[in-house]
Design a protein around this ligand. Structure first.
Ligand code: KG4
Ligand code: ZN
Length: 358
């Protein structure tokens, strides 16, 4: 069966065709039209501009996705679309487009939770073995920092989450203050690599090696951990963000130059260390379950390295999607859409978008 999927929850419009063969999912096309250059002018996503930009490209990229997969609409057996959470005006573009296509062509339709979609990126074949529930899932994006106990393909429990800002937001906001363009995640990652190298004299050190280095212990760059203390699996990134802002202001007022790379390394070490710590506690709570990591921040090279080490140490299977499937894309929506379809969660033209989480 061919699944045609759409994603327009934020600043990327995407259409993809995924083919299901005996329960395995193969990406046949995955077109992503990014609006980032437009929003960059404003230092963040402008919702009204996002909606308009989705409208402008959705027909064209649908054609590209079908052509890329060498199929026509009559070959499509299922249409899947992100219906929540996200920017309401942006979500509505793909939801209405998908509803129109489904009803005009008599194709079954499913609505997909964006975060479940991110996690389902791990079900896409091509990178070898794929995870099967039950497993532990980490969703790390511009809007989410959550840990889930995924019981079945459609039944999940949130076991930890941020109480304020998301990890991606924490990189974007502080990145902007140190002169990185929106969204700052990827540039922050690079700058931190340079900082880790300066601190330890080696490429890609472990967090333990960094923390043992002189720069890793420098009290002038002391910042709080976003891992909340105690048994909770929750995070809080606002304290780290405020402390980082205060540190930057202090340096500015005293006329000192910010060691940008070392600062990026310290900030990254705290974010990655907090995720590794809470993931370790989740593994204690659900021993032997595999782990998946998803969302834009799953592209972070330092996070990937540290979580791989953790998984090896704890003898846990770890699945992190290849980079093109970490950020927003429609192939991941097709992957979860297939599972919603199997569970009988079909929708009709009453399907509506919602800005909110489940
Ligand atoms: O999942 P995503 O594409 O969109 C949302 O659903 O939010 O995530 C976007 C977030 C942005 O905050 C971006 O800065 C961050 O992912 N990001 C990264 C990296 N690449 C993207 N954060 C850290 N390191 C990266 N390499
Ligand atoms: Zn996303």
């Amino acid at each position: 069966m061919f699944i045609l999927a759409f994603e327009s929850s934020c600043d990327e419009t995407s259409a993809a065709v995924v083919e299901e063969v005996d329960g395995e999912l193969f990406v046949r096309s995955n077109i992503v039209a990014s609006q980032i250059p437009v929003h960059r002018l404003y230092g963040g996503v402008v919702p009204e501009i996002a909606s308009r930009a989705h409208v402008e490209v959705i027909s064209r990229i649908t054609r590209e996705a079908l052509d890329g997969a060498e199929i026509t609409l009559s070959d499509v057996g299922l249409i899947a679309v992100t219906d929540h959470p996200g920017l309401i005006g942006a979500l509505l573009v793909a939801v209405n487009f998908a509803k129109g296509l489904a009803s005009a062509n008599g194709i079954p339709l499913v609505g997909v939770d964006h975060i479940r979609g991110h996690i389902a990126a791990a079900y896409l074949a091509g990178a070898g073995e794929v995870p099967k529930p039950p497993f532990i899932a980490l969703a790390l994006s511009g809007g989410h920092t959550s840990i889930y106990h995924v019981k079945t393909y459609t039944d999940w429990e949130t076991v930890g989450s941020t109480r304020d800002d998301a990890i991606g937001e924490a990189f974007d906001k502080i990145g902007r203050l140190i002169g990185l363009e929106y969204p700052a995640g990827a540039a922050f990652d690079k700058l931190a690599s340079e900082g880790f190298r300066q601190a330890t004299g080696t490429d890609a050190p472990t967090l333990a090696e960094y923390e043992a280095s002189e720069a890793g212990r420098d009290p002038a760059m002391k910042l709080p951990s976003p891992a909340l203390p105690g048994e909770t699996l929750d995070f809080s990134f606002s304290g780290l963000k405020t402390a980082a802002i205060n540190l930057l202001h202090h340096l500015e007022q005293t006329g000192e130059t910010l060691p940008r790379a070392l600062f990026a390394a310290r900030y990254t070490a705290l974010c990655v260390g907090a995720v590794a710590k809470k993931l370790g506690m989740a593994i204690d709570r659900y021993p032997d379950l595999p782990v998946t990591v998803a969302g834009g921040v799953a592209a972070n090279s330092h996070l990937r390295r540290e979580l791989s080490l953790l998984a090896k140490r704890r003898k846990i299977k770890l699945f992190i999607p290849p980079l093109p499937f970490c950020g927003d894309n429609a192939a991941m929506i097709a992957a979860q859409g297939y599972r919603e379809y199997l569970a009988g969660n079909l929708r009709d033209s009453s399907l509506n978008a919602s800005a909110l989480d489940d």
